[in-house]
Design a protein around this ligand. Structure first.
Ligand SMILES: *Cc1c(COP(=O)(O)O)cnc(C)c1O
Length: 359
């Protein structure tokens, strides 16, 4: 038995998610880059991605995570975060493809690839208004493509965009059509072919719904993280039909279970994190402490599976829960289970204090 707290990964549920969404996207003419950063490219989970027939690329934002990839994977490895210019040699050594927006970095990648006697593939990122990464200015875009043509060890395989990350811009067909028109503009101007048009992340999936217009023709790749692990698209947060939301379940143990007042006794100052907190007097309450805290998980968006219990707050290593409506069903030593959201999943896989169990 793996010690608590732990995140339990249900292999069959995750495999189903990879199959269902991968198939749907592939059927719509869209290749899938399976994004592994949210679970820190945990080896046994990454292996499922590697084995999934409907996932064509493996992608991560951190070079270190590629060390966890199956050494003999045949799927191209894609670096999602714009490379640090100080790390170009590592990028070329560990990734087949990287997403880029700075010509200086691309030139440095070319030098590193030349030295390593290899060719590095890039996807040029275009900012369509979300204001995270990508070239914003059309003239800069065209100039950059021209400069890339002069590099012998860089292959421009496509263009891409990232949406709904910083600016929360929804990928509407109009927004994605802009990306396709940039492809046409570049191909015409430079007489080249761009093979991949990477139209974003989990927030583009809603377009496949029946009542939606579909993903514009021309977009032929998406980079998918959250939707595969949590079974939700991220433009509107809707559940995706046929997928599991509970492929990942966080479990922790009750270490104190007592009836106490709901309002602290004595003058109120700041909590352990220097915050002023408001309390509501709800009378006596069945309170439980579980051995899980801020050092383990970003608890603000943890979802208790038992809808009768409520998270009251947490400090570094204690979480206080109101069990009043479920009093008889728990005791000292009981296990409490939570569904995870993107932020909480990222944090449990980053914390060394949360064990991982794959079943
Ligand atoms: C993290 C990331 C993704 C995956 O985003 P999800 O919303 O988890 O699908 C895609 N592209 C880039 C550039 C990323 O950094």
């Amino acid at each position: 038995m793996t010690d608590l707290p732990k995140v339990v990964v249900h292999r069959a549920r995750l495999k189903k998610n990879l199959e269902v969404l991968g198939q749907r996207l592939n059927d719509a003419g869209i290749q899938v880059a399976g994004v592994t950063k949210v679970f820190g490219a945990y080896p046994e989970i990454t292996e499922l991605y590697d084995q999934a027939d409907n996932i064509q690329y493996l992608a991560d934002s951190r070079i270190e995570n590629f060390a966890n990839y199956p050494p003999n994977t045949e799927k191209p490895k894609m670096l999602l975060r714009i490379p640090m210019i100080s790390q170009v040699a590592k990028v070329v050594a560990h990734a087949d493809i990287s997403l880029n927006s700075e010509i200086e970095t691309i030139q440095a990648l070319n030098e590193a690839a030349t030295q390593a006697n290899t060719t590095h593939q890039i996807i040029l990122m275009i900012d369509l208004g979300d204001l995270r990464e990508g070239i914003f200015d059309q003239e800069e875009l065209l100039t950059t493509v021209g400069q890339i043509q002069e590099l012998n060890n860089i292959e421009l395989i496509g263009i891409g965009t990232n949406l709904t990350c910083y600016g929360a811009i929804i990928p509407t067909p109009e927004v994605l059509d802009k990306l396709v028109s940039f492809k046409e503009l570049i191909e015409e101007r430079y007489n080249i072919e761009l093979h991949l048009i990477s139209g974003g992340n989990s927030s583009s999936i809603y377009l496949l719904d029946e009542e939606q217009p579909g993903i514009p023709p021309g977009i032929n790749m998406l980079r998918i993280g959250e939707a595969l692990v949590l079974g939700r698209e991220t433009a509107y947060g809707d559940k995706i039909y046929g997928m599991h939301e509970d492929a990942f379940v966080l479990e922790a143990e009750i270490v104190e279970y007592k009836e106490k007042p709901s309002y602290p006794i004595g003058p109120i100052g700041m909590n352990a994190f220097g915050e002023k907190v408001q309390f509501e007097d709800k009378g006596p309450m069945q309170r439980g402490i579980i051995a899980l805290g801020k050092q383990d998980v970003d608890f603000s968006n943890l979802i208790p599976i038992d809808e009768r219990i409520e998270i009251l707050g947490a400090s570094s290593d204690h979480m206080i829960i109101d069990f009043t409506r479920a009093k008889a069903d728990y005791a000292l030593g009981s296990k409490v289970q939570f569904l995870l959201t993107y932020g909480s999943l990222l944090s449990v896989f980053t914390s060394k204090y949360v064990n991982k169990e794959i079943i």
